[in-house]
Design a protein around this ligand. Structure first.
Ligand SMILES: [Zn+2]
Length: 422
């Protein structure tokens, strides 16, 4: 299917200078989330809101927590009717991960330096370029296709890098209710990603009985219990990998121990066998896995180890569960993006998968919103030192969003026509 003239105009209306200055300005806002050290997306959110207001939009600001506001901005074409037309969400997050040791960076992480086609800085790829592209696309659609029968809802939310409080708040406030499809503008090398890996965060507490290191038989060593548990986890991982194989876009599922500590909290001492050990598991799932079923297997493993050792207890707690997502290729949003892609990129669509969870995971899990993850920036560059993004790729993303939005709204009439015909 070829791109409609209106979608073409919207893509062409994206202003590369505007994209660059928005992305640069966003990088210069230090919106770092640091677990345990506070978070502040306020400046980045204020930048987004001010830029939208200057462009004539009416953004809404909602505090998720003190100093941590979501920015939401609606724009509807003149032919939009809330009862029967589509709302496309363009989604991004304003927070970034820590820059770590700034002296390790070739360019200061929040300077926002542009060298030719490259914008440097923490958050440039993940995902201030994506946010800038979404903002520019919104402006382009309004300018070039003001009469579309559809609505764009831009959501720039906080805390994606931690507990995703921003998108959860967005959903709880009802903003997701009318969204019919979402493009999550995360750095995926502008590949069309219809799959996202699931994630589970699991804490394991192994309780034994404290004793003298010289007389281990007087107590129960939780470290041995923890070691047995880790071995069991590895067996589950191998079995799951063998059962599911390598997903073409998501790779293998993983059950990865990331923290092991004993004693769990008290002061460690060389000749004291502790009473408690703690293990953290970072589990990444693929289509075909069920989170509840995986938890049941971990609990069964814990039960087996408890039965094998007197006075040992193992508690397994999943405190965050974000299921994998899969968007049907038949979804109108996917078709719109696929139509926009060759016209904007000059090549056949490229497809990918998202290795981590994103805010889109929450939109899918809580409101069943079809999501396409698509955005500028190398997939592996986020969270690294010397993060960067290419401006040309960012402009291309903005053109893709603009064209896909217009196409998505326009497809509606065709779908209805097909529907009426039988
Ligand atoms: Zn991100």
């Amino acid at each position: 299917m070829s791109l409609s003239a209106a979608a073409r105009r919207a893509a062409d209306a994206v202003d590369p200078q505007r994209v660059a200055s928005l992305a640069q300005g966003l990088v210069q806002c230090r919106s770092v989330v640091e677990p345990g050290r506070g978070s502040d997306e306020h400046e980045a959110a204020a930048f987004v809101a001010a830029a939208l207001r200057e462009a004539g939009f009416e953004p809404v600001i909602e505090e998720v927590a003190p100093g941590r506001p979501n920015v939401i901005c609606d724009w509807a074409g003149s032919a939009f009717d809330a009862t029967c037309h589509r709302t496309l969400m363009l989604e991004g997050h304003s927070d970034v991960v820590t820059e770590g040791d700034a002296s390790q960076w070739r360019v200061p992480p929040f300077e926002g330096r542009i060298d030719g086609d490259v914008l440097h800085g923490r958050g440039s790829a993940d995902m201030k370029a994506g946010v800038a592209a979404a903002m520019a696309a919104l402006e382009a659609v309004r300018g070039a296709a003001p009469d579309v029968p559809g609505r764009i809802r831009l959501g720039v939310v906080v805390d994606e890098e931690a507990m995703m409080l921003g998108i959860k708040h967005f959903v709880e406030q009802g903003w997701a209710d009318e969204v019919s499809g979402a493009i999550v503008c995360e750095p995926e090398e502008n590949e069309i990603c219809l799959f996202q890996k699931g994630a589970m965060r699991v804490n394991v507490r192994v309780r034994g009985v404290m004793s003298h290191g010289a007389m281990p038989y007087a107590g129960v060593n939780p470290i041995m219990g923890l070691a047995d548990f880790v071995t069991g986890v590895r067996e589950i991982e191998r079995a799951e990998q063998a059962r599911l194989g390598t997903h073409p876009h998501l790779g293998l599922p993983w059950l990865t121990p990331t923290i092991a500590s004993a004693p769990a909290s008290a002061e460690a001492q060389h000749n004291v066998m502790p009473d408690e050990a703690h293990l953290a598991l970072d589990i990444r799932t693929v289509p075909g896995q069920d989170h509840d079923e995986l938890m049941a297997r971990l609990r069964t493993l814990a039960d087996r180890l408890e039965r094998g050792t007197d006075r040992l207890s193992i508690a397994v707690d999943c405190f965050e569960s974000r299921p994998w997502t899969k968007t049907s290729g038949a979804d109108p949003l996917v078709r719109a993006v696929e139509t926009a892609y060759p016209a904007v990129m000059g090549s056949e669509p490229r497809y990918g998968g998202v290795p981590g969870a994103t805010d889109g995971t929450i939109l899918w899990a809580r409101r069943n919103i079809p999501i396409v993850t698509l955005g500028p920036g190398d997939r592996t560059i986020p969270h690294q030192v010397d993060e960067f993004v290419r401006l040309s790729e960012t402009v291309a993303a903005a053109r893709l969003y603009a064209a896909a939005a217009v196409e998505y709204f326009g497809l509606e009439t065709q779908t209805e026509a097909v529907g009426t015909g039988g």
